[in-house]
Write a protein that binds this ligand. Sequence first.
Ligand SMILES: [Zn+2]
Length: 327
Amino acid sequence: MQPRGRRMTLLPRRTLLIGSAAALAARGAAAAAPPFAGKQTAEIYRYRVGNFELTALYDGIWYRPITDTFIGNAPFAEVEAALADAFMPADKLATPFTALVVNTGKRLVLIDTGTGGQIASSAGVLRANLVAAGIDPKAIDLIVISHFHPDHINGIRDKDDDLVFPNAEIAVPAAEWNFWMDDANLTAAPADLKLAFRNQRRIFSGIAKNVTRFEPGTDVASGIATLAAPGHTPGHTVFAVHSADQSLLVLGDTAQHPAVFARHPDWQAAFDIDGAAAVATRKKLFDRAAADRMLVTGYHFPFPACGHLIKTASGYEHVPVEWQPNL
Ligand SMILES: [Zn+2]
């Protein structure tokens, strides 16, 4: 109801739109063209587990070319359908990399080290993100490694082979060291796997005596336990970070992109050294995480790479975390 004495001016809607568009155009012409940024911002996500402060650091992404030999136990048409369902390209597997810094209040621990800019031109920003997060690489005092594939260990060194974290102890799974550092295994390996063996010798040359080797079930730091998770590689290891009454399962490569391997947990990928064991490990850990509603992070999950897993009729669904403005 209109107040008495006041008359409403009815402007035809079309006139109104033309009028405001013209006004906007006039203002736009007067202002400088807004510049495009043309690059991404720092890729950092910080969260807490109990009294620990965690920093997820993006290292970039590699689009791994795949063919019909990628999944050994499923028709490629099913793999293509899974990729299409996830809005992913059909001939490539999106492979993002996210490393994790755990500040326990006593130690600054880096879990896996990124690609060191040595895998793909679209990856290698971990160090820049570390600095953007206010963490000096010299302040990292322990590096723990899930397994010896190059995208997890290459960040120990830069492209010039210099150590990126000069003050850090390095702790690795004993089973992983024993498998990859065995020269008989190198000799017996197929040509493409020999590259991985040679890469490990390059990374650990000169520092091997400073590398400690842990058995699964032991703690690498107070509040960071280790669990054997074999299959992807023989010594592949998962970490359980726990503080106060909270915990986080650091899944490493138990599953790569969840849109493919959480939804299809039975799939055995060409990069798994023992595909059947990788599947058994994946289901065991995912069942536990889903049942206990645990927070999980996966090295190749989309950034910030942490969330929860729900059990579905045919597999699991990854539910990413909501961005937390406050810690
Ligand atoms: Zn990996």
